[in-house]
Design a protein. Structure first.
Length: 247
């Protein structure tokens, strides 16, 4: 996500300069039209920058709501319901300060484990404090197993990297040529196997080495010793680091 954030930041900056005279739009819906800005970021900007009575629902404020209202059930902890429950916090003329204060209470006091209730200013309203039940229920994230074959093409001291226009992850960044395969295909002989966790994916990668002099349109030959000079994602660096002694 960090790579796409940087790209979206640049895109948004250009749009703001071209369409908004270099100033952030102060309208929630206009903010959401900017690349990379969703409900949370638009809410945070609206409250903190423009002092609008909106509570941004980050992880800290989610935890506050769950604790204060002692929300435990599957339906109760869904985003849709938590957005409705934000009404508990009410409104204030210092919306920016208020939003940041709630975030800080969540970050510094209402910690996931061992919260500092003795320092919290809202324990009198907190059902979890009254019931001495501080367990936080999280919506379980479904992990998907994926299987890939990455081919490391060599040409003397060079390795082939391609600009990723195929997969949703690491879009337009340099990766080794890869294709998705089945689990049974992954059991076939390969030079090396790696495992990566990315977002909700458990990526099982089989590595194959090959020699070629061909270069696809989206490809780039890079000398092995000069990989560090290029803008390469950590994912690609880790694959290289795990196999460089085999090259």
């Amino acid at each position: 996500g960090y790579y796409s954030r940087a790209k979206n930041l640049k895109k948004s900056a250009k749009i703001i300069v071209d369409n908004y005279n270099g100033r952030l739009p102060n309208n929630f819906e206009e903010l959401k039209k900017l690349p990379g800005i969703g409900d949370y970021t638009a809410s945070a900007i609206s409250a903190i920058v423009f002092n609008k009575p909106i509570i941004p629902l980050d992880g800290n404020i989610e935890r506050l709501l769950k604790r204060i209202l002692n929300l435990k059930k599957e339906d109760e902890i869904k985003k849709k319901n938590l957005h409705k429950k934000k009404i508990f916090f009410g409104k204030t003329f210092r919306s920016g300060d208020y939003a940041q204060a709630l975030m800080e209470i969540g970050a510094l006091l209402c910690k996931p484990k061992n919260p500092y209730c003795d320092k919290c200013p809202i324990t009198k309203n907190c059902l979890s404090f009254k019931r001495k039940d501080f367990e936080i229920k999280k919506k379980e994230k479904k992990i998907i197993d994926k299987f890939y074959l990455a081919t490391l093409y060599k040409n003397n001291n060079q390795l082939l990297l391609i600009k990723n226009d195929k997969f949703k992850f690491l879009k337009n960044l340099l990766i080794f040529p890869m294709k998705e395969i089945t689990q049974s295909d992954s059991l076939l002989k390969s030079n090396k196997k790696l495992n990566f966790k990315m977002s909700n994916m458990n990526m099982n990668i089989s590595i194959h080495f090959s020699n070629t002099k061909n270069k696809p349109k989206n490809g780039l030959w890079i000398e092995k010793t000069k990989l560090k000079n290029y803008m390469i994602p950590t994912f690609t660096k880790k694959i290289f680091a795990s196999v460089k002694h085999n090259l």
